[in-house]
Write a protein that binds this ligand. Structure first.
Ligand SMILES: [Zn+2]
Length: 263
């Protein structure tokens, strides 16, 4: 069966194990069903996720023009503390920014290779944790806008990592941590403006990924250079496809590529 479409991050379902779907314009591919099977991917073009044109992808699935112009790629996306919609102040498009920023946000701890702090819209829990390949996670505060979540994250970064190691995550080189204890220890460092939003009663969420075989030495597939690749799919974790020969492919980092998928 040959499918063709533009890559966007896989949609997921929080089940045991997590279910993954690749969504193309005319097809919906249940990736878990392809485990232990050979698949082939071929790069056939590019399609910017914003303007739809066949242009080189610059970042986050967008061409360079869209990345620097469109409200969906504002700096506050990656750096929530730069959010200004709560002040009525526009970055690129105030209506859009109000819609996204002025809604409940969560500051959380997730453990994918080490414990890290992160920010997400409440509606993106637990999707965000799945996308990061975290095997456990917990919410710290629930705040009414993105700015408050951003400044909380910045304050906590002094005491906990805000990055993870994707190789360790894929190798499943992980330890279980007591996130409740971490959360309790970090509580004192939450900034004044967000202190009242601490979630008092909470428990860890555990996530199970569909992986048959973890890679010992993951090597990242660059489809732009290699153009085509074939291998046996042996796992999916985070937004990575894991193959038997230890090749890994980060679907999210390749958004905007038009590929042909042969399964
Ligand atoms: Zn574009």
């Amino acid at each position: 069966m040959i499918y063709q479409g533009v890559l966007t991050k896989m949609q997921t379902e929080f089940l045991e194990p997590i279910q993954y779907y690749l969504v193309f314009e005319n097809d919906f591919i249940h990736m878990n069903q392809l485990l232990n099977k050979p698949i082939e991917m071929k790069l056939v073009g590019h399609q910017c996720l914003s303007c739809g044109l066949d242009r080189p992808i610059y970042r986050q699935g967008f061409c360079k023009t869209c990345f620097f112009d469109k409200p969906v790629a504002g700096d506050w996306i990656m750096r929530p503390e730069l959010s200004t919609a709560h002040l009525g102040k526009e970055d690129r498009d105030l209506e859009y920014e109000k819609k996204v920023q002025l809604q409940p946000h969560i500051v959380y701890l997730a453990n994918s290779s080490n414990v890290k702090v992160g920010v997400t819209r409440k509606s993106q829990v637990p999707t965000r944790w799945i996308d990061q390949g975290a095997h456990e996670a917990i919410e710290i505060v629930e705040v009414p806008n993105r700015y408050l979540a951003g400044i909380t994250e910045v304050a906590l970064k002094d005491y906990v990592a805000d990055k993870t190691n994707w190789r360790n995550m894929l190798k499943n080189d992980v330890t279980d941590e007591n996130l409740l204890e971490w959360r309790q220890n970090l509580k004192q460092h939450i900034p004044e403006e967000a202190k009242d939003y601490f979630i008092e009663n909470n428990s860890e969420t555990h996530l199970h990924f569909p992986v048959v075989q973890y890679p010992l030495k993951p090597k990242s597939l660059n489809l732009e250079k290699q153009i085509s690749y074939a291998g046996n799919l042996v796992g999916i974790k985070g937004q990575y496809l894991i193959f038997e020969d230890q090749t890994v492919f980060n679907v999210r980092a390749n958004e905007g590529l038009v590929i042909e998928l042969n399964v």
